[in-house]
Design a protein around this ligand. Sequence first.
Ligand code: IDP
Ligand code: MG
Length: 152
Amino acid sequence: MTKERTFSLIKPDGVQRGFIGDIVSRFERKGLKIVAMKMVVVSEDLAKSYYSEHIGKPFFEPLTRYITSGPSVAMVLEGDQAVKVARKMMGATNPIDADQGTIRGDFGLHVGKNIIHGSDSLTSAEREISQFFTEEEITNYKKVDEDWLYGE
Ligand code: IDP
Ligand code: MG
């Protein structure tokens, strides 16, 4: 078992379209533990540092407008290989290519409105978690189902 923390953001379209509950429920059912969660309106400054790797790309301006356009839901998920598991549950970046059964595959039709973000590596996860949460906002607790979730 490789316990990891990953960062996920339900983007403004996911909030507006009413998918918060469904998405949170998917993570819960999978066994990923929510250790931090809050609603946040991403500022332009935060968008620029959070998406710094995309500065200069043609979709950067619309991406910034999109991500700052309304409330998002930020969360930290913990569990065995959480980075990989959460990305898999989200599906491909373009919802058209995302498999059915994934969040983007089930809910989206356009790469410019793809509902959710998930860290792509442990390094990104650490950076993104610290961009959205203080240490005090991240909880540490044992869930009652943990003994039934993991094997030997
Ligand atoms: P990811 O979210 O699956 O990690 P990235 O390539 O890191 O994908 O892109 C970050 C975000 O930028 C995507 O989730 C999507 O919202 C947006 N994006 C990526 N490519 C395009 C594009 O070609 N057109 C419009 N938006 C894009
Ligand atoms: Mg990415």
